[in-house]
Design a binder for this molecule. Structure first.
Ligand code: ADP
Ligand code: ADP
Length: 232
């Protein structure tokens, strides 16, 4: 099965004259082990698609799947478990807890789930994100790029089937953004992660294997890209 897919996905906010169709019949399948970017103008439905595929919000009609789980027939409790067990999230704001160290922030999802980290995997993730010598620092003692790296590591520790990222470089200067994008690329290429990233930035989308273009809630184009080793 594809890692995630939407079938005739419609999402409407509000009703009557005030109704907004954020998604207007999107059908798309995202293959496992790939980096997919979702682009489009502001208000085109990118975040809504991401939220509905990630089980953070529900479709008005149509289906959304993670693997072979159809999210519309899952209870809220099942969706919460699915997010915790199978999905990872990276947002534009890093959402780190200020009183915890980098290491504690990274392992927080496992701690909350009552699981202990696989030491080898944790070392691999921390090494891949380049934080080995920053683990004792608190978020305020890290640069924006380093904070976003902590957020990426946190999304990976539970070995999620899919990582969803919503404008993960939106708050970063161009150098930090390039670092984080290179890291996301590495996650996919070296660790086999499946990654879906919303961005309005073409230079960010350049790191993806495939780019989906949304306009007015519809999928209007789909572009395969050669893997850009040269941008790394
Ligand atoms: P994008 O991520 O491409 O900027 P969004 O998915 O955030 O687009 O929004 C798509 C459309 O749906 C926009 O018109 C937006 O104003 C509307 N929208 C998004 N979320 C909500 C919401 N919670 N309530 C009402 N309208 C919303
Ligand atoms: P993004 O860059 O992710 O599109 P937005 O500022 O559009 O960020 O949306 C931030 C949050 O506000 C999202 O959870 C989205 O669902 C919600 N939202 C967006 N547009 C509206 C709207 N018109 N009315 C209510 N909530 C909205």
């Amino acid at each position: 099965a594809p890692a995630a897919r939407a079938v005739a996905a419609v999402k409407q906010y509000g009703g009557g004259d005030a109704a907004v169709r954020a998604l207007d019949g999107v059908t798309v399948a995202l293959a496992a082990g790939r980096f997919t970017a979702v682009m489009g103008p502001s208000g085109s439905g990118k975040s809504t698609l991401l939220h509905c595929l990630a089980g953070l919000d529900r479709l008005t009609s149509g289906q959304a799947y993670v693997g072979d789980v159809e999210l519309g027939s899952a209870s809220d409790k099942q969706l919460t478990l699915l997010r915790r067990e199978k999905l990872g999230f990276v947002f534009q704001s890093f959402n780190l807890l200020p009183t915890l160290s980098a290491a504690e922030n990274i392992t927080l999802p496992l701690d909350l789930a009552g699981r202990s980290p696989d030491k080898d995997w944790l070392d691999t993730v921390v090494g891949t994100v380049g934080l080995t010598d920053r683990l004792k620092h608190r978020p305020a003692e890290l640069s924006g790029g380093q904070q976003q790296r902590v957020a990426v590591a946190r999304a990976l520790v539970s070995r999620p089937e899919v990582v969803f990222a919503d404008e993960p470089t939106g708050n970063l200067d161009s150098r930090s953004a390039a670092e984080v994008l290179g890291l996301l690329r590495t996650m996919v290429t070296d660790l086999g992660q499946t990654l879906v990233m919303v961005t309005h930035d073409p230079s960010a989308a350049a790191y993806a294997d495939e780019v989906l273009f949304l306009a007015d809630g519809r999928l209007v184009d789909r572009l395969e890209q050669p893997t850009r080793d040269s941008v790394l």
